[in-house]
Design a protein around this ligand. Structure first.
Ligand SMILES: O=C[C@H](O)[C@H](O)[C@H](O)COP(=O)(O)O
Length: 261
């Protein structure tokens, strides 16, 4: 089973495996969304089952909630948890300051609320997500369905005035119909190429009527764990200013993969 993992899946897995070292008994843990975060949820499920780890998880999407329950993690709502010890999530891009673009899977709203309500946010990512400057990945914004075309026009106007609109703003589709988020909203993808001042853009976007939230995570992430296809992991802590490297052994984790068949 392990031999069938692609290098990118190995990279995601080792990042996830290293991240769960931060999880301790009794913690309330924010559970991110996406293919990388799914590895982390599976790793935590294994620790709950095999090591008796006692945690409560707050999922950031219905998908993650289903997976967490499936692997045996106790799931609670954010309102029940109120505040979290730690959130572990993936990202679509991260830069040298650990600012992020998220929302490629459409879960940015719950992800941002959960991460902001946490003492610590750890991002897990394969090395391909690292960028010098955010913006090559289309920036998702969540908009309410009412008047979304007007919201789109207002956003476009604002992007042009800020000189950051690279190509276009597109409504995310799910086949023939608009994509609908867990909160019943739509997603506009902003094809910018390069975002200059991400902090300013994030603030301005959220002032457009109809915009619920945007996928820029500024000063929210504390640690990025970068995975490589050969098993190397690099842990970058922005607060401590440290970078640690390590290598994980896939053979030790055969059970995890076998169980997922
Ligand atoms: O909405 C989705 C999330 O922000 C994901 O964490 C992000 O898109 C990264 O996903 P993946 O780990 O699948 O690349």
């Amino acid at each position: 089973m392990t031999g069938e993992l692609s290098p990118i899946d190995k990279a995601k897995f080792v990042a996830a495996k290293r991240a769960v070292d931060y999880v301790e008994d009794g913690m309330r843990v924010g559970l991110g969304t996406g293919s990388t975060a799914a590895w982390m949820v599976r790793c935590l499920g294994e620790m709950v089952r095999d090591d008796g780890l006692k945690i409560r998880g707050v999922p950031t999407s219905t998908r993650t909630a289903a997976l967490a329950r499936e692997v045996g993690i106790e799931v609670i709502s954010l309102d029940e948890a109120r505040w979290l010890d730690l959130t572990i999530d993936g990202a679509d891009e991260f830069d040298g300051d650990l600012n992020l673009i998220k929302g490629g899977g459409g879960a940015l709203l719950q992800e941002k609320i959960v991460a902001t309500a946490s003492d610590q946010m750890i991002v897990i990512a394969d090395v391909g997500k690292e960028v010098e400057s955010l913006g090559a990945f289309p920036l998702p914004i969540e908009v309410i369905p009412f008047g979304w075309q007007t919201t789109k026009a207002l956003v476009e106007e604002m992007l042009i005035s800020m000189d950051v609109l690279g190509r276009s703003v597109t409504l995310r589709m799910n086949g023939d119909t608009p994509f609908v988020t867990d909160e019943g909203n739509h997603i506009l993808d902003l094809h910018l190429n390069r975002i200059g001042n991400a902090r300013q853009l994030s603030m301005v976007l959220n002032q457009v009527p109809g915009v619920v939230e945007n996928g820029l995570f500024i000063d929210i992430c504390d640690v990025v764990i970068v995975g490589y296809g050969d098993g190397r992991v690099e842990t970058r802590d922005i607060n401590e200013g440290t970078v640690e490297t390590d290598r994980l052994d896939f053979v030790e984790n055969e059970n995890l993969f076998t169980d997922l068949d």
